[in-house]
Design a protein. Structure first.
Length: 362
């Protein structure tokens, strides 16, 4: 499975062992005399960090939300997973407390009861492409002790800005019989792919092969984008997949952080597309392969990919005064298509992408 990293979302769950005395720091309880959501001005494009102009005295009583920008994408269901960027400002000192815009957007599981309703409720029913702003007390988000890790007292008034960036579900059902170079699919009771079948299908060519099964009408994927995808990965001629997200949460990752085969295949594709790709070793896991996923250095790996959303390249954070060199990530035996843990043969020229129409064999 994809490598999991510590994300800002984890900070929304208040640490259970912090001393209750920490809750006393920060602002006094709201007496209702200050300016609320109506007096805050939030500007900027959806997908980019918001620019917030605070009133002189900002307070937050009962949680209230407002949709600043209404997107033209599909609605987010109450039990769905939404691709979001969010920004949390502390109205006590009018500072940024937490932001995802300098990292990856979050795949927000709206059915997760551990997440604060102040974050998830405004997203339910919102359309993809929307920006929603919420005024709420910190106690409703972080509980009785606030979150000292990010300098938030339980009494602080918060402003939460959420950009809904996806997903765009693909309504076209999966087809069991492959066309072109694509393998057949084994579908589960829910109609999602569980495995691939290669018997009777064309053998790999040694080149990157890409076939569009469904062409979406969303935005084009750029090389610098973050993508939200569901995928199934399987080695050619092997009976079982080495990885899938169709039975869990979608993968959210910078395209530049994925193997070269993914980068070449997905750039220029549109959100809402379904593609199948065959990735030769030099554009996948390289000559070393991936022992944990039982992928050798000569294996061609196939992926079925649903492109559910995109987000712009993360905004670079302000440089710290002193920085130490980052340690190289340790190898990941999970079989995730992450380039950080999946070396390619840099000395080998990248092959041209072979684009195959859905009814032709490449």
């Amino acid at each position: 499975m994809p490598r999991r990293v510590r994300r800002p979302l984890a900070l929304l769950v208040a640490p259970a062992l912090l001393l209750p005395a920490l809750a006393a720091c920060g602002s006094d309880e709201d007496d209702g005399s200050g300016a609320g959501l109506a007096e805050v001005e939030v500007t900027g494009e959806v997908g980019e960090p918001p620019v917030v102009e605070w009133p002189e005295d900002y307070t937050a009583g009962d949680a209230e939300s407002e949709t600043l920008v209404t997107g033209d994408g599909p609605e987010i269901p109450e039990d769905g997973t939404a691709l979001v960027h969010y920004w949390i400002g502390n109205g006590f000192d009018q500072s940024e407390a937490l932001s995802t815009y300098t990292a990856l957007p979050e795949a927000l599981d709206l059915a997760n009861a551990e997440l604060p309703e102040a974050l998830t409720d405004p997203v339910v029913g919102a359309t993809v492409g929307s920006r929603v702003v919420t005024s709420v007390s910190a106690e409703e988000v972080f509980g009785e002790i606030g979150n000292p890790t990010i300098g938030v007292s339980n009494a602080d008034p918060l402003l939460i800005v959420v950009d809904v960036l996806g997903p765009t579900p693909i309504e076209e059902p999966f087809v069991e019989e492959g066309t072109g170079f694509a393998p057949d699919l084994v579908l589960g009771e829910d109609g999602r792919p569980e495995a691939m079948r290669f018997m009777g299908r064309p053998q790999p060519t040694g080149q990157l092969q890409v076939q569009t099964l469904v062409e979406g009408d969303g935005e084009e994927i750029r090389a610098s984008d973050v993508v939200m995808v569901d995928y199934l990965g399987q080695v050619y001629a092997k009976p079982k997949p080495f990885d899938t997200s169709f039975d869990g949460q979608p993968l959210v990752q910078s395209l530049s952080g994925l193997v070269e085969g993914w980068q070449q295949a997905l750039v220029g594709k549109t959100v809402g597309s379904r593609v199948v790709i065959a990735v030769p070793p030099r554009l996948g896991y390289g000559a070393e392969g991936n022992e944990g996923a039982k992928i050798s250095g000569t294996d061609t790996i196939y992926f079925v990919i649903d492109v559910l959303g995109r987000a712009p390249e993360p905004v670079a954070p302000e440089p710290a005064e002193e920085e130490s060199p980052s340690a190289s990530p340790s190898p990941d035996p999970s079989g995730s298509p992450s380039a950080e843990v999946s070396p390619t043969d840099a000395a080998t020229p990248s092959p041209a992408v072979s684009e195959s129409p859905s009814d032709e064999e490449s």
